[in-house]
Design a protein around this ligand. Structure first.
Ligand code: GLU
Length: 275
């Protein structure tokens, strides 16, 4: 009996270590960064200009640059960062389970998500928009969605908005990633993709001439950096890092080099909303 329960405890410990990678035993991401000089950061892997995994396995984009800047302020060099792909639906769970220490993944700050995780930021403000085939002139805004086949991603705020406000008019297909939506619109099975304008601009640039962003944003998406719900010290440190990134010009530079390259007009840095 004793042996078996000891074995069970050991098995749980091994499992916890194997599944981990996140901050596990630390109260704050600040302590983990300081002691281990390592962080696991959740980013998107299929969003050009924001979070994109390149064929050699590296990650690029504005979110990745923000992640690197913040990590450095916490005492972690780029080679101490493990980037882990997150999709829209698993971000809260990855933070809650300690699979990642931070999420920097076009992650809108919402009250519903604040029940499970906390946010530093915002470090960018986007708006929900539509991406359609370049030769489609029938879709000019959310009011023209009637009878159209729309694609978005499960667990995202745009999908939620469509379900609550446009459910009667449109047929919504929910995919796991936005790149899956792009394939279905290019292939003609679906008519449009809805998500944040800045994400859509990246796909329009990637498929130059085939897709266009409608350009009438109909929501406000404030991007935050997700961390554990009770990590007040972490939130403060990440906000301090963002403030520095805005002030020293790195934020504008990173944005111009990534998102700006897709033709997206680079805005002013937003106001942080510390809490
Ligand atoms: N910003 C929105 C969200 O957090 C849409 C983008 C995404 O799914 O990552 O849900």
């Amino acid at each position: 009996m004793f042996g078996r329960s000891l074995y069970a405890v050991f098995a749980v410990m091994v499992l916890a270590t194997a599944c981990g990678g996140g901050q596990d035993s630390y109260d704050s991401v600040v302590d983990k960064a300081k002691n281990e000089k390592k962080l696991v950061i959740g980013v998107k892997a299929d969003q050009p200009g924001l979070g994109l995994r390149t064929p050699d396995g590296a990650f690029t984009g504005f979110d990745v640059e923000v992640a690197k800047y913040v990590a450095k302020q916490l005492g972690v060099e780029p080679d101490g960062i493990t980037f882990k792909e997150t999709v829209s639906a698993n971000r809260e769970a990855f933070i809650e389970q300690g699979q990642v220490d931070l999420v920097v993944a076009t992650y809108s700050i919402t009250d519903a998500r604040k029940q499970k995780v906390s946010f530093a930021g915002p470090y960018f403000v986007a708006g929900q928009d539509l991406l359609v085939r370049a030769d489609d002139s029938s879709l000019t805004g959310p009011e023209t969605l009637n009878g159209k086949k729309l694609c978005s991603v499960a667990g995202s705020t745009p999908a939620q908005k469509v379900k609550s406000e446009y459910a009667k008019e449109v047929q919504l297909q929910e995919e796991r990633t936005y790149s899956a939506c792009v394939d279905r619109v290019l292939g003609g099975q679906l008519d449009a993709i809805t998500t944040d304008n800045v994400i859509l601009a990246g796909y329009a640039a990637q498929h130059n001439g085939k897709l266009k962003v409608v350009g009438k944003p109909f929501s406000t998406e404030k991007y935050g950096i997700g961390l554990k719900k009770d990590d007040t010290a972490g939130r403060k440190a990440v906000n301090d890092a963002l403030e520095k990134m805005f002030a020293d010009g790195s934020w504008t530079k990173a944005l111009q080099a990534s998102v700006g390259a897709s033709g997206f007009a680079v805005p002013q840095a937003p106001q942080l909303e510390r809490y």
